[in-house]
Design a protein around this ligand. Structure first.
Ligand code: RBF
Length: 359
């Protein structure tokens, strides 16, 4: 055997052994990979737990998203120990809704997160599409509804109650100027979606009609969740048309609605968080959801391994997740005692169940 052939054989053998090692290595790698996946969502003690909060939009200007991130972080901080750390990564998905599914798909594909947390009524459909491709991925979705997917838990709020309380205060405050003014109130929405068109808008109108059965709602849509200029324009036009009080559910565009109302001497009802301080004297009502509390509690359940995936919960006033804020000095200063008393009576009736707004 000549030297060249010997050398060739040596390299052949070397390559074979090397490939074999690489193959065994990759096999072990695969084993590690699948172990990594199987720990997803287990909440097993002794493991690092990694949570992703996907914000469908941006946090700034949208208190419902700020509450989401705050609640998840609080639960994670409380549960985190050096031996069993819990980390939270907040990802802002931006305003291009067409990108959300691919962004969430990438998060699931990375297999880095035991849980993806998010919030809004469009998320359940997106999560179930992603779930079909990445069945190991667990989701906690607030402000949306989907039952029956064993990897997805949802919790939504009784927004019939929330919007009804908003409509009631809007008509009361509008009527204070004169009895004609209470016949028209406004609602500015970021966009149209089923919960808006089928729950929030009709319940807002119904709450106002408890004050005056002939009250109508001027409903306008910004077309996005950030354009404060457009929000101001719509609000100014509504005020010229006779609406003295406007409910604003438009994220970053709320700012424009408040500014236009302030300039025209009109009023605003705030949604989701306590907004009296946003513009004292202009904001005359705050119909809230305690999404920070819900996010905190459900994340805690996940970390303890007791989040009931597959189920969809609905919570409202009776469960302590929907409310109207009366205990605020700005509310007391800007709304007359008579109106506060009338609003308080409605709240008592909702709390006691005498006024039933169950969905
Ligand atoms: N609400 C916000 O405050 N900010 C947002 O950026 C925002 N984006 C939304 C996007 C979609 C596709 C949908 C369906 C709703 C969105 N909402 C947003 C509304 C939110 O889910 C909720 O209805 C309102 O905050 C009232 O509680």
């Amino acid at each position: 055997m000549n030297q060249a052939l010997q050398k060739h054989r040596f390299f052949q053998r070397f390559t074979l052994v090397f490939s074999l090692l690489a193959w065994v290595g990759s096999f072990q790698g695969f084993g590690l990979g699948s172990k990594d996946q199987s720990r997803q969502g287990s909440g097993d003690p002794g493991l690092h737990r990694s949570l992703a909060v996907f914000i469908p939009g941006v946090m700034s200007g949208s208190p419902i998203y700020e509450m989401l991130a705050a609640g998840v972080k609080q639960a994670a901080e409380e549960q985190s120990t050096p031996e069993r750390p819990v980390t939270v990564t907040v990802i802002e998905g931006g305003f291009n809704q067409a990108e959300w599914e691919s962004r969430i798909t990438a998060l699931a594909a990375s297999a880095r997160y035991d849980l993806i947390v998010s919030s809004n009524p469009s998320l359940p459909a997106i999560a179930s599409t992603v779930s079909a491709k990445f069945p190991q991925q667990h989701f906690l979705l607030l402000d949306g509804e989907l039952a029956g997917n064993p990897r997805i838990y949802t919790l939504r709020y009784n927004q019939r109650e929330q919007a009804y309380m908003a409509g009631h205060i809007a008509a009361l405050v509008a009527g204070e100027a004169d009895s004609e003014a209470r016949k028209r109130i406004g609602l500015v929405a970021g966009q149209e979606y089923p919960a808006m068109n089928e729950v929030i808008l009709p319940a807002y109108r119904a709450g106002a009609q408890r004050v005056d059965p002939s009250c109508t709602v001027d409903f306008r849509v910004v077309g996005n969740w950030f354009d404060a200029g457009k929000g101001a324009e719509l609000a100014a036009d509504m005020i010229r048309g006779g609406a003295k009080v406007i409910l604003s559910i438009a994220g970053g565009a709320n700012e424009g609605v408040v500014q236009a109302a302030f300039e025209a001497g009109a009023k605003v009802v705030w949604f989701d968080t306590n907004g009296y301080g946003v513009r004292p004297g202009t904001v005359v009502g705050s119909a809230v959801v305690y999404q920070d509390k819900a996010a905190y509690e459900q994340t805690l359940k996940f970390l303890e391994g007791t989040l009931p995936f597959g189920s969809a919960e609905l919570v409202g006033v009776a469960q302590g997740y929907v409310d109207f804020i009366e205990e605020d000095p700005h509310y007391q200063a800007s709304v007359s005692a008579l109106i506060r008393e009338q609003q308080g009576r409605l709240l008592d009736q909702i709390r006691s169940g005498a006024v039933d707004l169950q969905e």
